[in-house]
Design a protein around this ligand. Structure first.
Ligand code: ADP
Length: 394
């Protein structure tokens, strides 16, 4: 059997064709930097890599190109499609088969995740047209965090805002935090029902999570994926009073300010260089002071958030780095582990430079609180959730 997993992110579109039982991946592809002149579409079939020259680089053009490649591959046929879906609100506490009523609810959540939900919906529509006869399943970023207790998910605002408008913290990247925590417990030989882990998912979007006994008890993202850590283009935490200040001082309305907090802030906004950590680090190493500041802020804010998660857990058995930055940037990990010395972390420099390879992902010394690198395998988890539901539905 083969599950097509679609991950329609804000600036990239990823697919894989996976056997959910064996975990074998037949094909995968990424259309990245959508909407820019550096757009690229690479894919591979059974390890044989190809590059398409992207015709149109807008989102719909990228989706059309991906669907054309997928229809052409046809090996050995797609049995179900799993969609990574960012915001499932309070309604979706686990993955679900997509039908018309589910689609209607998902459409109503578009405003909650303006960078992601509209892209996810476009992906679902395109895939349903290309693969009309198989089950389509939504796997939500928010679902894993539905175990958070009220003291973690409530905001200190008038209670009626929660009751009447759903104003609360939902959390995101749930599939990644779930996988990273389970994989870390397995590698460290910890009892999954009795372990306390902090997971840090660091991609273009970034979040931390406190995972106790296998369930999320707190996370850094909130009602939207804008709260919490500094990210590629997103600000993370700011003073909510800044909307009023910018309205008075700069005549900006709420939408303009929110748009800038989503798209023009974070690494990009502070450095003025790029939203991509590789480019920012490169500029910093050549003496660009704002790029260096962006890097320092990213790590400082991340370390403070991890400290907060340690409070939620009351102890830390291990810290897990995952996502593009978490898996690949030895500099970011070294800086963060250095700031976390008060929690008993001591870096093993050599292991960190090797990204934990050959040490089961571990990048800390013996006797230190453990920190490790886990390569995100969100696609496989999405494929397994999808197949469980699709097979159950016959
Ligand atoms: P997404 O959230 O879109 O899935 P990824 O998980 O692929 O993104 O992470 C993208 C981020 O990872 C970018 O900021 C990129 O610069 C960063 N990254 C990838 N490789 C490296 C590297 N070798 N060093 C530093 N950052 C890296």
């Amino acid at each position: 059997m083969v599950v097509l997993v679609l991950n329609c992110g804000s600036s990239s579109l990823k697919f894989s064709l996976i056997d959910p039982e064996s975990g074998d991946e037949h094909a995968n592809g990424t259309f990245q930097r959508i909407g820019t002149e550096n757009a690229r579409f690479d894919w591979s079939l059974h390890g044989d890599s190809r590059r398409e020259s992207p015709g149109r680089t807008d989102y719909r053009g990228a989706l059309d190109a991906v669907m054309e490649v997928l229809r052409g591959i046809g090996v050995p046929g797609v049995d179900a499609v799993g969609h990574r879906f960012v915001h499932g609100g309070e309604r979706f506490t686990e993955s679900t088969i997509i039908d018309d009523s589910v689609l209607a609810v998902l459409e109503s959540y578009a405003a909650l995740a303006p960078l992601h939900n509209p892209a996810n919906l476009m992906g679902i529509e395109a895939a349903m047209r290309s693969f009309p006869d198989v089950a389509h399943v939504a796997v939500f970023d928010t679902a894993f965090h539905q175990t958070m207790p009220p003291r973690a998910f409530m905001y200190a605002v008038p209670y009626g805002w929660y009751r009447d408008y759903g104003v609360r913290r939902y959390g995101f990247h749930g599939t990644s935090h779930r996988y990273a925590s389970r994989e870390a417990a397995r590698r460290l030989g910890l009892d999954p029902r009795d372990c306390a882990l902090v997971t840090a998912h660091l991609g273009n979007g970034c979040s931390t999570c406190a995972v106790k006994g296998g369930v999320s008890i707190d996370t850094s993202m909130g009602m939207t994926p804008l709260e919490g850590l500094m990210m590629g283009t997103r600000s993370g935490d700011v003073d909510p009073g800044l909307h009023a200040h910018l309205a008075d001082a700069a005549g900006m309305n709420v939408r303009e300010t929110t748009d800038s907090l989503n798209r023009k802030s974070g690494l990009l906004g502070v450095s003025g260089v790029d939203s991509d950590m590789r480019t920012v680090l490169d500029a910093a190493s050549k003496g660009n002071e704002r790029a260096e500041l962006a890097f320092q802020m990213f790590c400082y804010r991340l370390a403070k958030s991890i400290g907060g998660m340690a409070v939620a857990l009351a102890r830390v058995d291990a810290l897990v780095f995952t996502g593009g930055i978490g898996e690949n940037s030895a500099r970011v990990r070294a800086q963060v582990i250095g700031l976390l010395a008060p929690l008993g972390f001591e870096l093993d420099d050599g292991a960190n430079l090797a990204h934990g390879q050959g040490r089961n992902g571990l990048i800390t010394r013996d006797g230190s609180t453990a920190a490790l690198v886990v390569t995100a395998d969100e696609a496989l988890l999405i494929a397994r959730d999808t197949w469980d539901l699709a097979a159950g539905a016959g």
